[in-house]
Design a protein. Structure first.
Lengths: 340, 262, 253
């Protein structure tokens, strides 16, 4: 007991000797911001920002759910916004404190998960597709190419139930958010048929394997693929012609935050065209900010992996919040796939 | 001995928070149907598989750890040094060590490259993304958990006893099996428990080294708490697993003359 | 009794333990990011030293591990001693429970406990929550190792001390404790290892300022092949190794 009091006292003392500027705690995905963004914000507003990163929504959600995590701003993917709202975790957004909202692309001005943008502001978008080695001729163009025996043992799928089902469902021509048990079972059958041909279910690790030539094709996210392409000219990425899943990530302010005004300033700061452009360029990701895109150098603006043409964008489908029954069914089917 | 009671109380408090899990957590209605979902051959098969892999890993850990612990216990003044050398690798991140194994075992990894260059094999051996790799990873990760308790028990061993056994005509093998091993039985039991149980709950190693292609109980639980966000089901699985293991522990203990591990 | 085989085996076992680390360290000197050797370079070490996040995380990890080890070793040893003298199904049961719980379940339940406590005490997640969490899972390990040692001690020794006029505490301090000291040391080492290396539970209960080394390394490693991680691991192993060798030398003089 004594030691705990001692430690608390010590941290209290430490708190006194630290600087007295207001502090904002921001928790974002890794690799999603330019290195100079936070220092610029700190300098302009005379505050300190603790910026940390996480690797998955669930990691973030677990800590934030209790309402005492200490974070002010986090970046959940769109399908988590409603559940977080229902859990009372979000603070309402005041649009008069967010003058730069109009910079968002028109497609994101009235997002399906939060039409009035009362709780969340779209930030960056990720999509799932196929990364492949240019040595493959003909190159893959559709999900069904991932069932081709020529890729036996030289391909991986994402280790994510939603993404694997999305790929199978799209191959069947169904919606990625489908709740139809018959469709899901068909999708599961496809996945089980594919499993013996896979080398493994991998997420980010697939990038290194693709670059080193261990595998020839991988189900991967476009941002990961872009990193692989940056590392090796032999790698390319394609958005399958049957359609694909997209995941907009949004910034939200947590209800537990004691500095909501400052948090609003940060969210607005991220919406400024030059800041958003810098973030997208440094992180090599797709921004939802239209004004920022106008500031890109031409080769980035036309980057096929991150900023494909309008016809490809139209094929994308947003991931939505699944009902508990749907989630449960998919979970069961996924366990069966993994155990087969 | 007030401290004696502070510890279990804290532990129990933590678990009382957990029993809310199966009955609530993410969604409010209090219900037991998470347990109902468990009564299914699918989950039984997963459990069996997990027991198999954990069991094999434990045996390897014991067999590999025993001679090492014996060596250290006889090392005289350098005992602590060797002990620390055993532990030292484990102060680096577990994830990093697992990645190192992935690098060694990959098709284009070190082992395959060396074997191919020396002409011993033609095509790369599939060393990674299978059960064997998972076991190697688990054994590597849990070796100190057998070495330390075995050392603790062996260190106390009186060398005179061994001399006496030799004088009475026992062969070295006999001395080992009839004298040494029974005397360090508490260490063996401790080591078994410290390895088998965490192996059952492991998820990172099977995920990374097994390529996510098979599912152990640890992965199942992990999935519930992450992508499925079905905390009640995850808690139900865990509690069931824990109950099973406790039962096994009791049986394990009863099969020995001493009154249990603790 | 297998006089020559044993040291040879031990050497092989140590090799098994260290081979992945040697490989890692070799690549920490690689100028290239990937697994193709491209020349000797110290750039990753420079990057590691210049990273303030890493420095802070290492400091946090050390503080947490030292405090948690001290407390859990003391508590654990006393628990083991108490159990050795008096059987207590409650204590034994709760310790078994602690062992049997998968890490993620322990982490989530601790998180839930802290969140529940928050309602009354307005305590945020932070270093103290991490330390408490580490102590709670380390105690069982300490008890098991110390118990394995205690089982080899003859209870009559203590009885003899009591007969000779010592009180309970004296009997423990002067008779039993020295006998089990190697076991306590082994247990402390185990507790330190378990705490320093813990990722799952720590990541669930850490607060804004309490990032630990495993968390940082995990984040780095997840982003792909990054030799800075190799450099850090090599530093830890060789840095600590040197420290230990030095302390051995000092002990001898």
């Amino acid at each position: 007991m004594n030691r705990r009091i001692f430690l608390l006292g010590l941290s209290g003392l430490a708190g006194c000797t630290r600087d007295r500027r207001p502090r904002l705690n921001v928790w974002n995905w890794s690799n999603y911001i330019a290195p100079e963004t936070v220092p610029k914000f700190e300098a302009e507003y005379g505050v300190r920002v603790r910026y940390a990163v996480y690797e998955s929504n669930e990691e973030m959600l677990a800590r934030v759910m209790g309402g005492n995590s200490g974070w002010d701003i986090v970046f959940p993917t769109d399908y988590l916004v409603q559940p977080m709202l229902q859990q009372g975790l979000l603070a309402p957004l005041q649009h008069d404190l967010l003058p730069n909202l109009h910079n968002l692309a028109s497609g994101f001005q009235r997002p399906a998960w939060d039409p009035a943008m009362q709780w969340s502001v779209p930030y960056m978008v990720t999509a799932a597709g196929i990364g492949y080695n240019r040595k493959l001729t003909p190159p893959p163009t559709a999900w069904e190419d991932l069932w081709n025996p020529r890729l036996r043992g030289r391909m991986t799928m994402l280790d994510d139930p939603f993404d694997v089902f999305a790929a199978c469902l799209k191959r069947l021509g169904a919606s990625i958010n489908s709740a139809d048990p018959a469709q899901l079972k068909q999708a599961q059958a496809l996945a089980i048929r594919q499993k013996p041909m896979l080398r493994a279910y991998l997420n980010a690790e697939a990038r290194d394997q693709l670059v080193s030539g261990d595998i020839l094709a991988a189900h991967m996210w476009n941002t990961t693929a872009q990193q692989a392409i940056d590392a090796s000219p032999d790698v390319a990425f394609v958005y399958p012609r049957e359609g694909y899943a997209t995941y907009p990530d949004c910034s939200v302010i947590l209800r537990e935050s004691r500095r909501t005004e400052l948090a609003h300033k940060f969210v607005d700061f991220l919406l400024r065209p030059e800041i958003a452009a810098a973030n997208a360029l440094a992180a090599r990701t797709t921004t939802t900010n239209e004004a920022a895109r106008a500031l890109f150098p031409p080769d980035f603006r036309d980057n096929a992996t991150l900023y494909p043409g309008a016809d490809i964008v139209a094929r994308g489908e947003w991931a939505q919040t699944l009902s508990p029954d749907n989630q449960r069914l998919r979970d069961r089917l996924w366990t069966e796939i993994k155990a087969s | 001995m007030l401290l004696l009671f502070a510890a279990p109380l804290t532990v129990i408090c933590f678990y009382s928070a957990m029993t809310r899990g199966p009955y609530g957590g993410f969604s409010l209605p209090w219900t037991l149907d998470s347990y109902g979902r468990l009564a299914d051959s699918l989950y039984f098969a997963i459990l069996l598989r997990s027991f198999w892999i954990a069991g094999v890993s434990t045996i390897f850990c014991l067999v590999l750890g025993f001679p090492l612990a014996l060596f250290i216990s006889r090392a005289g003044p350098r005992k602590n040094l060797y002990l620390t050398l055993v532990i030292l690798p484990f102060w680096t991140s577990f994830l990093v060590r697992t990645y190192a194994w992935m690098f060694l075992l990959r098709d284009t990894g070190l082992i395959n490259t060396v074997l191919q260059k020396t002409g011993l094999i033609h095509d790369p051996l599939p060393l990674l993304y299978n059960d064997g790799a998972v076991i190697v990873g688990l054994v590597y990760g849990f070796l100190p958990f057998t070495v330390l308790p075995l050392y603790a028990a062996l260190e106390r061993l009186d060398p005179n006893l061994l001399e006496a056994a030799a004088d009475l005509g026992a062969t070295p093998w006999h001395t080992l099996t009839r004298v040494v091993i029974p005397l360090c039985a508490p260490g063996i039991r401790a080591g078994t428990i410290l390895v088998f149980i965490p192996c059952l709950g492991a998820y990172l190693t099977p995920d990374l080294l097994g390529g996510g292609k098979s599912v152990m109980v640890g992965n199942l639980v992990q999935n519930q708490f992450t992508s499925s966000r079905d905390w009640p089901f995850g808690a139900a699985i865990s509690l069931t697993l824990m109950a099973l293991v406790m039962l096994l522990l009791l049986l394990f203990m009863r099969g020995n003359s001493e009154e249990g591990l603790l | 009794m297998k006089r020559r085989a044993l040291p040879v085996y031990a050497a092989a076992a140590f090799a098994f333990l260290y081979v992945p680390l040697i490989v890692l360290s070799a690549f920490s000197f690689n100028a290239s990011k990937f697994t193709v050797w491209e020349g000797f370079s110290l750039q990753w070490y420079a990057a590691a030293f210049h990273d303030p996040q890493l420095a802070e995380a290492t400091g946090n990890s050390l503080i947490i591990a030292v405090v948690a080890t001290l407390l859990s070793t003391v508590i654990g040893t006393l628990c083991a001693y108490g159990l050795w003298k008096r059987k207590s199904p409650l204590l034994a049961g709760s310790l078994y429970l602690s062992l049997v719980t998968p890490e993620i379940v322990a982490g989530i339940s601790l998180l839930a406990f802290f969140q529940w406590v928050f309602r009354f005490l307005h305590v945020r997640l932070g270093m103290h929550t991490v330390i408490l969490a580490h102590i709670s899972f380390s105690i069982a390990y300490v008890v098991i190792v110390v118990m394995a040692r205690l089982r080899t001690v003859d209870p009559k020794l203590e009885e003899a001390a009591l007969d000779l006029g010592a009180n309970e505490w004296g009997a423990f301090w002067h008779v039993t404790l020295p006998a089990i000291l190697p076991g306590v040391v082994a247990a402390a080492l185990l507790a330190f290892t378990v705490s320093f290396d813990d990722y799952v539970i720590t990541s669930l209960v850490a607060g804004v300022d309490s990032e630990t080394l495993p968390m940082v390394i995990y984040a780095f490693a997840r982003r792909g092949v990054n030799p800075v991680v190799n450099a850090i691991s090599a530093l830890i192993v060789f840095g600590l190794g040197v420290l230990i060798l030095l302390s051995q030398r000092l002990q001898k003089t």
